[in-house]
Design a protein around this ligand. Structure first.
Ligand code: ADP
Ligand code: ZN
Length: 758
């Protein structure tokens, strides 16, 4: 019987392809290994998904595998089968999914490899990645006999104990004979030494002294005990998943650290996912303080070579903890025991292009399949997670109080923008109460954060004569005026930018006015009104990851008095001396055309409020709104997350949206409006005529124009499938997706399973 094998090639086609395995290669073709195969007229690198004995179907001649590239599979079996399941769940081509999981070098262009004479046995070039090794010394937990140590050995040990691990070369700068001292300490079991490559990453730039784990409070201990109990079961084909629900500052991170320690103690590895790794260096520092520098921090600032070196270290088990944003779900952690998702409610866990996966959902799936433990943590859990708790699929762990006893939750008041007017600046969004509160905060030498989720100077350019609003030519949205670089109009969707015209494009009247308030104008207005205050701004226009962190660091250091910004200000962890948080326009977030608007707005309000008064001084939050009665504002005011969740769940149940139903969204777009509309119609028809569609087990909504009806010149339509039953939805989605190959090539169709952005 010949040996066949299924190979995924890096092309956007849903299926894998069959090849024949020549007898000479039979022993070395294994799932997860890369092979060289002929595909069309080219040779490409593919990944073996499975092998089987059997004959090719009648009349089909399978091509043979040309070469096996890896002596060992590049992907561990656990990860490979997870990727296949992900691909199937999201209707995503397996080749595309594999691209997410393999660093570029691992799926490198075959011709480049051949040119370098690197095939087969490509891994040889990988070994060159990285540089020289250096020697480190770190203290052990052993205690010395009194009086054994004298002179430099005693000083070196004292330094190591206060700093944690240090390169021996650095010790030599301080102590002439550090090497001998380290040798002696090592022989006494007081120090261990290790040679390895130094991390070359900004996250590892400064040494991080080891910390002493604090004594856990009662709630933390209870949570730790439950997780510990679950970790004991991980070898035994058991898995467990938790929702760690604790207010900001309640000590969730400390619980994560204990969980990881428990996982490592069992010889297993962990994945930690955070919303935005660039904004969380403090978190990484806490991990280093506890576990040393053997962490893989996966972030977009890594060079390809560094990323690959990290990947290898994780793959081989040299590093057991991988921290990163959503893509860390693909880390090839060996012997996976734990997956943590911090701020699990955060929207960034959903990938919105290419393979549209949700990293939180996939964390639960991967942990379950690997019989590992999953912990989702949040101060404002998603309704999905709360629903899973109610279904008994997640175990809730509560941390009800802030860990620092003195730190209390801030007092939240609302400012009704319909009744309360502008302060001295004359701008309606800088109300009199907000102005006064800022004065008080600055006079006390404390810091303030002003949150406004609109970038730019003015959100719209309006003709005062005919009322026409300047809109983007390619997208159906208003252009934002930006003061920077001499004043330009910009589209926040397609990034088009152009000069402000002298007259209205409709009526030709030279009467264009800037309307509304963006962060750029807010910064300027505050700086003018409070000339002695140091005002800074944090939004996408001034800062990407690294710069954002620099601004937050200045804020922590007290070099900024008022920080103005978008969502980015809601994240940076502990901002020290902040006692006032102003939400300039809560309605902007709460009134979006999306069934999750209220949930998201609420999370935002609670998160931004959580920046106030984290230490000993009480904080104050002012929420400005035209509708102070709306539930999201009312519950945020009382810090009552549980009551909000209760209320919102009841609302969702009533309208039948997730988590009480499941959705699949087909996004259809084309340059021609009619072509796009027709294609959406074809998709909808296929869904409606599927058995599940006909029996109405699956509802088919649309086709309808998308809320943003035109983007980058393309007209957008949507077809939404909704059902209570997951299998039925899947079947109808498959039926509709089967129509895609028949559709006009000018049309782009994307399937979004469990969509988040509506
Ligand atoms: P969260 O992750 O829930 O926002 P953190 O873990 O960051 O909370 O804890 C908030 C603060 O309280 C941190 O400064 C942390 O070091 C401290 N902390 C946490 N747990 C304890 C504890 N058991 N005893 C003393 N301090 C603690
Ligand atoms: Zn545009």
């Amino acid at each position: 019987m010949p040996l066949l094998c299924e190979v995924a090639v890096p092309v956007p086609l849903a299926r894998a392809f069959s090849y024949e395995v020549p007898p000479a290669l039979a022993a070395s073709v294994r799932p997860g290994a890369r092979v060289l195969v002929e595909f069309g007229r080219k040779k490409v690198l593919g990944v073996v998904l499975a092998t089987s004995e059997g004959a090719a179907p009648e009349g089909v001649r399978l091509k043979p595998i040309a070469a096996v590239v890896d002596p060992e599979p590049v992907l561990p079996p656990e990860l490979l089968s997870f990727l296949r399941e992900l691909s199937s769940y999201y209707f995503a081509p397996i080749g595309e999914v594999l691209r997410l999981a393999l660093p570029a070098v691992e799926r490198e262009d075959v011709r480049a490899l051949e040119a370098q004479g690197e095939l087969p046995g490509t891994l040889s070039r990988v070994k060159q990645v990285g540089g020289r090794k250096i020697a480190y010394a770190r203290p052990t937990d052993a205690v010395e006999e009194p009086g054994v140590l004298r002179g430099q050995a005693a000083s070196v040990l004292a330094l190591l104990r206060s700093n944690g691990e240090m390169p021996i070369a650095r010790l030599e700068e301080k102590f002439g004979n550090a090497r001998a001292a380290v040798k002696k300490l090592a022989s006494l079991g007081l120090v261990v030494t290790e040679e390895r490559e130094p991390p070359r990453d900004a996250f590892f730039a400064r040494p991080e002294p080891r910390d002493e784990p604090p004594v856990l409070n009662e709630a933390q201990s209870a949570a730790e005990a439950r997780i510990e109990e679950a970790l004991q079961g991980i070898g035994a084909q058991k898995s467990a998943a938790f929702l760690l629900f604790g207010v900001t500052g309640s000590g969730k991170t400390e619980v994560y650290l204990r969980a990881i320690a428990g996982c490592l103690a069992r010889g297993r590895g962990a994945i930690v996912m955070v919303p935005e790794i660039a904004l969380t260096p403090q978190l990484v520092a806490r991990f280093r303080a506890r576990f040393g520098d053997d962490l893989a921090v996966l972030h977009s600032g890594l060079s390809e070579a560094d990323r690959h070196a990290m990947w290898k270290r994780v793959r081989t088990g040299a590093v057991r903890v991988a921290i990163g944003a959503r893509s860390a779900i693909f880390a090839p952690v060996a012997n996976l025991g734990l997956i943590l998702v911090d701020e699990e409610h955060d929207g960034s866990f959903k990938q919105e292009e290419g393979v549209r996966y949700h990293a939180r959902d996939m964390a639960l799936l991967r942990a379950h399949r690997a019989s590992a433990v999953a912990v989702l943590g949040s101060a404002t859990p998603s309704l999905e997670s709360v629903h899973l708790v109610r279904q008994g699929k997640l175990v809730e762990l509560r941390l009800p109080d802030r860990a620092h006893r003195e730190a209390t939750l801030p007092e939240v008041t609302t400012v009704d923008l319909r009744r309360i007017g502008a302060g001295p600046t004359g701008n309606k969004l800088i109300s009199l109460p907000l102005h006064r509160a800022l004065e008080k905060t600055l006079a006390a030498g404390e810091q303030a954060i002003l949150f406004l989720n609109r970038r730019g100077f003015a959100p719209s350019v309006v003709c005062e004569s005919c009322g026409h609003v300047a809109t983007c030519l390619a997208c159906s949205v208003a252009l934002t005026f930006h003061r920077a670089r001499g004043g330009r109009m910009r589209c926040h969707y397609c990034d088009w930018e152009g000069p402000m015209p002298a007259a209205c494009s409709e009526c030709r009247a030279p009467a264009l006015a800037l309307e509304g308030l963006g962060t750029e104008r807010l910064e300027e207005t505050i700086a003018e009104a409070f000339p002695t205050a140091r005002v800074a701004r944090l939004d996408r226009d001034v800062a990407d990851g690294a710069k954002a962190e620099a601004i937050l660091a200045k804020m922590r250091a007290g070099e900024i008095d008022v920080l103005v910004g978008t969502q980015m200000v809601t994240k940076g962890h502990d901002l020290g001396n902040v006692t006032l948080v102003g939400v300039l326009n809560a309605d902007a977030a709460l009134s979006l055309p999306d069934f999750r608007a209220s949930e998201r707005g609420f999370q935002l309000l609670v998160q931004v409020a959580g920046r106030a008064g984290r230490r000993d001084r009480p904080g104050r939050v002012l929420i400005q709104t035209r509708n102070p009665e709306q539930p999201a504002v009312q519950f945020a005011k009382r810090h009552d997350v549980s009551a909000f969740l209760e209320h919102e769940l009841a609302d969702r149940a009533e309208v039948g949206y997730p988590p009480f139903s499941r959705l699949a969204l087909f996004r259809v777009d084309a340059l021609d409006e009619e072509v796009a509309r027709r294609a959406a119609g074809v998709i909808a028809a296929h869904a409606k005529t599927s058995p599940e569609g006909q029996s109405r087990v699956v509802e088919v909504l649309g086709p309808a124009a998308a809320p943003l009806a035109r983007l980058r010149g393309r007209y957008r339509f949507r077809v939404l499938l909704r059902a209570k039953d997951r299998r039925a939805l899947r079947a109808a989605t498959a039926a509709a997706a089967a129509a895609i190959p028949e559709i006009d090539r000018r049309v782009r169709v994307v399937v979004d399973v469990d969509p988040v952005a509506m």
